[in-house]
Design a binder for this molecule. Structure first.
Ligand SMILES: C[S@@+](CC[C@H](N)C(=O)[O-])C[C@H]1O[C@@H](n2cnc3c(N)ncnc32)[C@H](O)[C@@H]1O
Length: 211
């Protein structure tokens, strides 16, 4: 089955605001679901062995589950658009006796210097951004040459299998923006690998190195 990529949302501000309202309403539930759902944890934790320091940024950390798995090993920064998510993630880190430089903000305007990070981590979030080029441009700018983007996200299975394709389409139908990530990584000159880590090939781990 062939991939049917989404179009970028036309009203980007509305898209972001509506998503943000959902996250505000469900942040507390989201926190519990991520902690107890083994599949989700397994998917996003696949990012951890690929993180290299010393300076790491997680973009769109949500309630911070993944941060609690590595933040104490690096000089760790995090940014998320949703204020409630930022507050919950801060508490989750504190409970574990950990800390990180967390703040609220938008992937489209990362408040960091050029070439500042060795790794940018991004899990289950890129398909929720309204402008893939803008988001990728900012991530690319913030990475050091030789730095890497470690991303886990939903997309079509590479072999076009039916179950994985249906799974990816379901995410698209729920509002996620499924993109040609191959084209996007190439447009920014990343060298990358794409490993399927779940969901019948619909969950991908991308390791993209900035040249
Ligand atoms: C599905 S959650 C993923 C959270 C976490 N990374 C995980 O894997 O469970 C998506 C996150 O992206 C954040 N987000 C959405 N739009 C954003 C934007 N424009 N800039 C930064 N973060 C954004 C949301 O607030 C939310 O916390």
């Amino acid at each position: 089955m062939k991939p049917q990529y989404s179009s970028e949302p036309t009203d980007k501000e509305k898209f972001t605001k509506e998503n943000d309202q959902l996250y505000t309403n469900f942040a507390a539930v989201y926190d519990v679901v991520v902690k107890v759902l083994p599949t989700w944890k397994q998917w996003i934790c696949r990012a951890v062995p690929h993180i290299k320091g010393p300076r790491v940024l997680e973009v769109s950390f949500g309630t911070g589950y993944l941060l609690t798995r590595y933040a104490d090993k690096f000089e760790t920064y995090g940014i998320d658009y949703n204020e409630k998510m930022v507050a919950i993630a801060g508490n989750n880190l504190k409970r574990k006796g950990m800390c990180a430089n967390l703040r609220q903000g938008n992937v489209e305007a990362l408040p960091y210097e050029d070439e500042f990070f060795d790794t940018v981590v991004n899990t289950m979030a890129f398909t929720g951004y309204p402008d893939g080029k803008k988001a990728m441009g900012e991530i690319h700018r913030a990475l050091k040459p030789g730095g890497r983007l470690v991303m886990v996200d939903v997309n079509y299975p590479l072999d076009g299998n039916r179950l994985g394709t249906m799974n990816a389409r379901m995410w698209g139908a729920l509002g996620d923006v499924l993109r040609d990530m191959n084209g996007l990584f190439q447009a920014f000159g990343f060298e990358y690998t794409d490993e399927q880590v779940g969901g019948f090939g619909s969950i991908h781990l991308y390791i993209a190195q900035k040249l």
